[in-house]
Design a protein around this ligand. Structure first.
Ligand code: ADP
Ligand code: MG
Length: 729
């Protein structure tokens, strides 16, 4: 194995960097060329059909049958003109990845011939064989069927010579079985609630859109090395492996020059992304060796999320062409930074205003403060459900690790805004406000500088940070569908804005002037949400203590984080907003637990296999060589000399024995715990057992395995080492 390993490395070093995507014209020449976007629709559709699709996308109006036929037919002609033969409904089941089932654009006709065809009914709705997608028991209790339905707010696109139609995926009885449908509902809820609140400030606002700008981190590893690591192949992370002498201590990778081979890969995926209308603009090295980031310009949240999923797919596909594999896992390598997917989030009006961007005058700053304070309050009241929205087996390794946001949800807003909120909290008097007090307050609010983007004031340790004109939710995992986090943020903010509107209206009804009512309500919210604000070091031990004192949760693992989904208040919140019914919430809880169990089950089995089949046999072989060596020395040397000559080997033999015994007994216990867990009926108990009893052995197994890696002859070690995985450029 060692020779194969080095051959792979030699190959790599000898290989010329792959220059792909050469002869590429300028970006605007091909940008969006694989998308049935507004521009293309305007060209291909009748005016009536065009506006019908646009309205369906922005207002959720229905598209009638005749128009749907027309749109389908134009879509097909456009796709066929680009060499497309198949179409698919593209959807986002609760597995976390995307799903597609391809059908050809033709219909057999008489005399054994075929014609190209794509009808409106096929565009609008399909019934994929849904039985093998996670459903959390929904379909067992109701109907076995599920269907996909067109989402006209996200344009169709071409990938792999296939026309892909973004769709929602629902049970026959209407329950959502995907991430997109609840997201769309949450976006609708926040639109209604925010538009209502905007009316206090500007009557012209008729729609508010949530925006999302994600930042995708990932690792690249060489394909040959990856293929020689069962853990990377099956679990996406290294379950064993001694830390290399050089990790990220020198910080020499961050923003360093991008290696040629990685740069060639980036150029090609960017080219493909641009053809799909994904506005990726930023690429750079991340902190850990072989870790990189890609970020686009922000977009409307639903579209941005579709684009993120598409990009993840592209990264995988393009990486293979460059003999790389992408690791999207949140923590592929212990001891090195993990990968996240920061979700930059804001709200924008159809009058062109970013509601989380301070404005030029007191009025627009009042509006800014309103949305700013309400968001903080929403996070404060719903921190646990926000934590649950990003919970997964893989993200557990990252949250709270020393480079990632802690599992404790808190909000960072920077020193300027902190003092402003503190002042507001103090200066608004109870009862009627004097005109002087009001003027003074307004002056103060008017002084919020328009640009707060002070980069030095950024706190990288906060899970939810205000960064000048948006909030950045940093705890989202790199492999996650952002849909869940985005659905949650928009839902809880919608709920908060509804409550705010109703409280302010009550104050106005009781005789307060509008501004005064708003200010007093904001003051109340500032007080009530103070405990969630934290400006210090989120990685420190002191914060854990302080957060505990403040009564903030620190839910360190997925089963515990998910428990909030059983909370009556949470179920009611999502039900009242008509985003998730109690049945859907319960199903989602179950699916998340199932996913968690399966991930850990796979890891436990691979770890066991690697120890039994790779590590222990190798250790024994090497130990035997040492034993032979000791025997030989004893044969040829006089006893007094032999003792000296063999003592180091005997010591080594003993240490190897100790770690072989350690690995063996830990693996045995883990397997027993796994069997006990597997017999459990309750899915929740099973998840806790996997978390507390099975996973609990992983570190000990790894400890002994990594010791053996260091003790055993490198030539014999059967697995590519971390230094090879991480430093192969
Ligand atoms: P970083 O966090 O890496 O320092 P920036 O703060 O410059 O980077 O921006 C990060 C991301 O924030 C970008 O992807 C950008 O598109 C996004 N972003 C900027 N404004 C908004 C907004 N109003 N809504 C959502 N995302 C935004
Ligand atoms: Mg960022």
């Amino acid at each position: 194995m060692a020779t194969i390993r080095f051959k792979a490395l030699d190959d790599l070093l000898a290989r010329e960097p792959i220059e792909s995507g050469t002869n590429i014209d300028r970006i605007p020449d091909y940008y969006g060329s694989n998308v049935f976007n507004e521009h293309t629709m305007r060209e291909c559709l009748t005016e009536e059909a065009f506006y019908s699709v646009m309205d369906a996308g922005s207002k959720g109006t229905r598209i009638n049958r005749a128009i749907a036929d027309q749109v389908a037919s134009s879509m097909k002609d456009w796709a066929i003109s680009k060499g497309v033969t198949h179409y698919t409904h593209w959807f986002q089941p609760l597995t976390g990845s995307t799903a597609e089932k391809h059908d050809a654009f033709f219909k057999p006709v008489e005399e054994g011939r075929a014609i190209e065809q794509f009808e409106g009914s096929l565009l609008v709705q399909q019934e994929p064989d849904a039985s093998s997608f996670p459903n959390g028991g929904i379909r067992n209790t109701f109907e076995a069927r599920g269907y996909t339905a067109w989402d006209p707010s996200s344009p169709a696109f071409i990938m792999n010579k296939t026309l892909c139609i973004p769709t929602i995926f629902i049970a026959y009885t209407g329950e959502a079985l995907d991430y997109k449908m609840p997201l769309l509902k949450a976006l609708h809820a926040v639109d209604l609630a925010a538009t209502d609140v905007c009316k206090y400030f500007d009557k012209n606002v008729t729609k508010v859109t949530a925006t999302l700008g994600w930042e995708q981190e990932y690792f690249l590893v060489d394909k040959a090395l990856y293929n020689a690591r069962p853990d990377l192949m099956m679990a996406g992370r290294a379950l064993v492996g001694h830390n290399p002498a050089k990790g990220q201590q020198l910080d020499d990778h961050y923003f360093g020059s991008i290696p040629d081979r990685a740069a060639a890969f980036m150029k090609e995926y960017e080219y493909e992304a641009h053809k799909l209308g994904i506005p990726v603009t930023t690429r750079h090295n991340e902190v850990a060796p072989n870790q990189f980031e890609c970020a686009p310009m922000f977009e409307e949240a639903n579209l941005a999320n579709d684009h993120n999923l598409l990009l993840m797919d592209l990264l995988e596909k393009v990486a293979r062409k460059h003999n790389f594999r992408v690791l999207m896992h949140e923590k592929p390598f212990e001891g090195l930074n993990g990968s996240g997917k920061h979700n930059n989030w804001s709200l924008a009006t159809d009058t062109g205003v970013n509601l989380l961007s301070p404005g030029k005058n007191p009025k627009s700053n009042m509006q800014f403060l309103t949305f700013f304070v309400n968001t903080i309050k929403a996070i404060c009241d719903n921190a646990d459900i926000l934590r649950a929205s990003i919970a997964s087996a893989s993200n557990d390794h990252r949250l709270g690790a020393n480079e990632a946001p802690p599992a404790i949800i808190s909000v960072f807003i920077g020193s300027q805004l902190t003092s402003l909120l503190d002042e507001l909290e103090k200066s608004i008097q109870a009862g009627k406000m004097t005109p002087e007090a009001k003027t003074a307050l307004k002056l103060n609010i008017g002084k919020i500088p328009q640009i707060l983007l002070d980069n030095t004031d950024r706190n990288r340790t906060s899970p939810f940070a205000f960064t000048g004109n948006k909030f950045e939710f940093r705890a989202v995992g790199s492999s996650a569908n952002c849909g869940n986090a985005m659905m949650t943020i928009n839902a809880i903010v919608a709920k908060q804005l509804v409550d705010f509107k109703s409280s302010v209206d009550k104050r106005i009804a009781k005789g307060d002037k509008k501004d005064e009512a708003i200010l007093k309500e904001l003051q109340k919210l500032i007080k009530e949400s103070k405990k969630i604000r934290f400006e210090g070091n989120g990685y420190g031990e002191e914060w854990v203590k302080e957060a505990n004192k403040r009564g903030l949760s620190n839910l360190k693992d997925t089963p515990r984080a998910l428990s909030v989904m059983k909370d009556k208040k949470v179920i009611k919140l999502f039900n009242d907003l008509q985003i998730l019914s109690p049945v859907e919430m319960e199903a989602r809880h179950e699916v998340a637990l199932e996913n968690y169990i399966m991930k850990l089950q796979i890891e436990a089995r691979i770890l066991g296999d690697m120890c039994q089949n790779h590590i222990i046999p190798t250790a024994i072989k090497y130990q035997n060589i040492l034993i032979e060596n000791v025997k030989g020395l004893n044969n040829i040397l006089p006893a007094a000399k032999a003792k000296n000559a063999t003592s180091a080997q005997i010591d080594l033999i003993e240490r190897i024995s100790e770690h072989i015994a350690g690995v063996t007994s830990e693996v045995d216990t883990m397997v027993k715990e796994r069997m006990t867990a597997n017999r459990m009926e309750s899915i929740e108990k099973k998840a806790f057992a996997y978390c507390d009893k099975v996973k609990a052995h992983f570190d000990q197994i790894r400890f002994h395995a990594d010791k053996l890696e260091v003790l055993i002859d490198d030539e014999m070690w059967p697995l590519p080492k971390l230094r090879e995985l991480l430093f192969t450029k």
